[in-house]
Design a binder for this molecule. Structure first.
Ligand code: PEP
Length: 245
């Protein structure tokens, strides 16, 4: 089984590099990482070259699918690997909300893999949507023409949109149903072996109080943490709780 993956999505936070460096340093100093766990910090692009650590890996929050060119405001996956970034969050619901489509996410997954990045593919339903329909569509389209050996570099983050930043975390039972369904789709697209091997993370109002259940009772292999990753004490507590499992 793969390592437990704990991903911090800082989004467009904190407000200054001074605060970002302090947060990063506090996490690095206080975290007790077992060899079976990996922590990935995803700050805004601007600080990716500045935040370096032997303990914490780095991820970007997005990338473009073209290598270079007239794409104002964008950053390519090649630029990210050149900056020694290892992971990239793709298909986050906040980006889908800004108009990103499944087809564009598929292009990004392909380019990121080609350039040596490990995609963390976010999927999840809105409150009024039929969960299985949404998950099947998002997974199938994002992974179109991704080979079995490429899939080994991909993690999937199940993030129900209604749970992101709302304090309404998904129950352990519902998260378990989502895990089983995602593995069923991956089995259909690839194989049972690969479906079991692909890391599935939970994201959506994760806190130090609710984090353990997703690994203990929902069959998840890690967490994607937004708000709570901006508080060093909370985030360290989350890491120290789940990395022992
Ligand atoms: C996220 O942004 O991916 C997320 C899960 O946010 P939060 O933990 O704040 O709900």
């Amino acid at each position: 089984m793969s390592k437990t993956l704990i991903v911090a999505n800082w989004k467009m936070n904190p407000k200054s590099f001074k605060d970002a460096a302090k947060l990063f340093e506090m996490v690095e100093k206080n975290v007790k990482l077992s060899k079976d766990a990996e922590v990935v910090v995803c700050p805004p692009f601007l600080w990716l070259r500045e935040l370096r650590s032997k303990k914490l890996s780095l991820g970007a929050q997005n990338c473009h699918f073209q290598m270079s060119g007239a794409f104002t405001g964008e950053v390519s996956s090649l630029m990210l690997t050149d900056a020694k970034v290892e992971y990239v969050i793709l298909g986050h619901s906040e980006r889908r909300q800004m108009g990103e489509t499944d087809a564009q996410i598929n292009l990004k997954v392909k380019t990121a893999l080609k350039d040596g990045l490990k995609p963390i593919l976010c999927i999840g339903e809105k409150e009024d949507e039929e969960i299985n329909l949404v998950l099947e569509r998002q997974i199938t389209q994002a992974l179109e023409k991704i080979t079995a050996s490429q899939l080994e570099q991909v993690a999937i983050a199940y993030e129900p949109v209604w749970a992101i930043g709302t304090g309404k975390a998904c129950s352990a039972d519902n998260a378990l149903s989502a895990t089983l369904f995602i593995r069923r789709i991956l089995t259909k697209l690839y194989s049972r072996f690969l479906a079991e091997k692909t890391p599935i993370l939970y994201g959506g109002s994760v806190s130090s109080e609710n984090c353990a259940q997703y690994l203990d009772r929902s069959g998840m292999n890690g967490l994607l943490v937004g708000g709570a990753s901006l508080d060093a004490d909370q985030f360290v507590k989350i890491i120290n709780t789940v990395s022992k499992r």
